[in-house]
Design a binder for this molecule. Structure first.
Ligand code: PLP
Length: 370
């Protein structure tokens, strides 16, 4: 099996698994309890918070644990927009459905939503954002890197435009954290969502960065966990596993970037050597290993299933959209020509992929078309 769908999810890091086992089988005390047995889990959470904060240039108290990228995105935009003055939310048109559908639900509640257009590479222009922000705009949310085409957005400039007009800025960095260097202070974002299973951590645990001083409504009412902001007994094993995986991935970001870009080159030159007719989607500044290709007069579903028969896992649009066989909202928004749009696939290479696997992928794709 060749797993080339790392943007959908990643394999759990073996060290993260080992450390998680300890907190599942031995140190299982509820961190909220005052007795000695719970001290290890309480201490582990505090250390994990510090580790995670240091990986993104934040302070430990700015890190809040939640259960998923979807939860963090929902919390950030709903909790942010409702707390701040104004009834307008601006998002990009190529956000993940965790943002787009949360925005739809706010619209249903009477909020005004503006969905910003992007250029052919999926870039949101800061000048366009600036002219969209009005007095009633409470919050702007633009993703750091797109899950389907890998485009990295000019977040620092976009956040600057939002702040010039006194508006909160959130970024969905689910695909970016652990894969590119991120410093929340230099990006100057107010909130940032991440997701552990995208960086070789476990599922069902993530974090939301909320800058000190930024006020949003708590996500859930209940116990006093997460500084009264996100109630519920902590997923201690998940939290320590996430911190372990993030620290490891962050220490390898530069070398992995180089390796993945070289694998991308191998894949692209292999397809070109076989004269396949395709367009590569996304900007030059993109997530290493994220390769979105649109093949002429083809069908992405067909390519996916043929590769599946050969033991290769890839994706058509985003994994969360696998029920939907229509051209994705991202491919539509960047204006991929009709004769190419249906034949779109996403290959997302990660930490465990090799050059040999890339040659097999090229070989199999070529066989499909020849
Ligand atoms: N945001 C982006 C950009 C994503 O790619 C995903 C998942 O694919 C999510 C949010 C949702 O994250 P999760 O699956 O952790 O809920």
């Amino acid at each position: 099996m060749i797993y080339a769908d790392n943007a959908a999810t990643t394999r759990l890091d073996a060290d993260a698994f080992e450390i998680m086992k300890e907190f599942l089988l031995d140190e299982y005390g509820n961190p909220s309890q005052p007795y000695t047995f719970s001290r290890a889990s309480k201490k582990a959470i505090a250390e994990a918070r510090e580790t995670i904060a240091s990986c993104i240039g934040a302070m430990p108290e700015e890190i809040y644990f939640t259960s998923g990228g979807t939860e963090s995105d929902n919390w950030a935009i709903k909790g942010g927009v409702k707390k701040h003055k104004g009834n307008k939310l601006i998002v990009s048109s190529i956000e993940h459905h965790a943002i787009l559908n949360a925005a739809d639900s706010l619209e249903h509640d009477g909020y005004e939503i503006q969905r910003l257009e992007v250029d052919k590479d999926g870039i949101v222009f800061p000048s366009l954002l600036s002219s969209a922000i009005g007095d009633s705009t409470a919050l702007v949310s633009v993703m750091l890197a797109n899950n389907e085409i890998g485009t990295i957005e000019p977040i620092k400039e976009l956040a600057e435009k939002a702040h010039e007009k006194g508006t909160l800025f959130h970024t969905d960095a689910v695909q970016a954290v652990g894969h590119i260097n991120i410093d929340v202070k230099s990006l100057d974002v107010d909130m940032l969502s991440a997701s552990a299973h995208k960086f070789n951590g476990p599922r069902g645990i993530v974090f939301l960065y909320i800058k000190n001083g930024i006020k949003i409504y708590p996500f859930m009412d209940g116990g006093a966990q997460e500084n009264h902001m996100r109630a519920g007994t902590e997923n201690v094993a998940g939290i320590v596993g996430m911190a372990c995986a993030l620290k490891k991935n962050c220490s390898l970001i530069d070398s992995e970037k180089k390796r993945l870009l070289s694998l991308e080159d191998e894949l692209i030159s292999g397809l070109d050597a076989n004269n396949l007719k395709y367009i590569r989607n996304g900007a030059a500044e993109h997530l290493p290993g994220n390769i979105s290709l649109s093949f002429m007069d083809s069908d992405g579903e067909m390519i996916l299933h043929r590769l599946d028969l050969a033991g290769i896992c890839i994706s058509t649009g985003s994994a969360c959209d696998s029920q939907n066989t229509q051209v994705s909202h991202v491919i539509k928004a960047i204006g991929v020509p009709e004769e190419y749009a249906n034949g779109t696939i996403r290959i997302s290479l990660g930490k465990n992929n090799t050059s040999e696997e890339v040659s097999v992928i090229v070989d199999r794709i070529t066989k499909i078309f020849k």
